[in-house]
Ligand binder design. Sequence first.
Ligand code: KIV
Ligand code: ZN
Length: 512
Amino acid sequence: MADQLIIFDTTLRDGEQSPGASMNKDEKLRIARQLERLKVDVIEAGFAASSNGDFEAVRGIANAIKDSTICSLSRANDRDISRAAEALKGANRGRIHTFIATSALHMEKKLRMTPDQVFEQARSAVRFARNLVADVEFSPEDGYRSDVDFLCRVIEAVINDGASTINVPDTVGYAIPELYGDFIKTLRERIPNSDKAIWSVHCHNDLGMAVANSLAGVQIGGARQVECTINGLGERAGNCSLEEIVMAIKTRRDYFGLDVGIETQQLLAASRMVSQITGFAVQPNKAIVGANAFAHAAGIHQDGVLKARDTYEIMRAEDVGWSANKIVLSKVSGRNAFKQRLQDLGAQMESESEINAAFARFKELADRKSEIFDEDILALVSSESLAREKEQYGFVSLSQHSETGERPQASIVFTVDGAEVKSASDGDGPVDASLKAIEAQVKSGAEMVLYSVNAISGSTESQGEVTVRLQHSGRVVNGIGADPDIIVASAKAYLSALSKLHSKADRVAAQG
Ligand code: KIV
Ligand code: ZN
């Protein structure tokens, strides 16, 4: 029997540390439910001691999700560990993931501790955690840049103290595949009790090698757990991408000889949901889940694929959630067909009233757009879920005028806490005029640090998906909006970002 590779998803913890990606409890719970549908083995739900909001999110997920192990991060101290244990009480299987930095640089400059102090603290944290839960993971932060002798000493001791998973982070994304694989192998060979723990890899993507490094840690090093995030979400250049790891292991089973329990048809829905909730768009050429990942534009490729699919395709698009028949619904489609399509896409809604609301939005869209693609449905369902947060600012209507040689004008109606507000402005372009009209009323004073437009599907009939990132008083938020009219999509994205900026819900991301 082949070994099983454990998939540990940290979208809700390490992914959330990305500026602007912080989520509230409800959003985290929705993603956790999708991760459960994906059959992720371990969900790192947050960092319970970092804020009340994150504590509640971990607790809510531990109570609601029953098929995956639920994990909370915690620094190596009793208070953090107790908070994590408390938040995990309702879990079927709960795990505490405790960490402390072990590289000379981090110990001296960040922790201001001696190696002996770090050694003792790591041990007492693991012992303390083991008294509270049966499943304890230990991470030596910046492990890859740590002195190997010291690391062996710490890891051997914490395994003796009861850590059953040892995770070796490449915290700053400095590793090279072969070297990282050899590093894990060396640790496993030199540590006498290494066979008493499962070894795990955790790679950041600063040099674009997080997936390659993780795979080398598995293949060369013998790791059997990979820590990763949906869409590779994470601070700086992100974390190792879950969908890429899973499809590499499955597609090259001939080489890796490992099994993963992931329901791969749920990958696209998970990707869309995380992108919609965090406001981080997926680049079109992103492997597995990017809009172009299975598009064969070059004539010679199209010809080959039509004659025999495997001439240019190494995976089936359907296996990761793309539909073979891309035009799925139109305005004559009924509620049952819509509901069935939601199910096929893995985009389950939680109640009949939510399905009704989403169906009403679908009808509205179908009146304006003749062909409704899977991507449209996923965007619509995600915006439906976002609407549940009771956003402070809501879009109502927009008119704008632009003509060559004249300054564009926009007038907009939107709601503030349910009450309609009208505003008008000119601007450098129609989008600029529309957003200035909103800002004239809201007076947020926020700086726009990102504006991007993406076509959801391939043609000019596509919906535009706009991401807006705002920054104010050290807070960064993302808003996303989709509409066949990209100026309306821009206004929706801007209003959504403003709602997040002014939301009282706890969105403070955990900091590791
Ligand atoms: O990158 C890192 O070192 C981490 C640890 C806290 C596991 O995320
Ligand atoms: Zn990390």
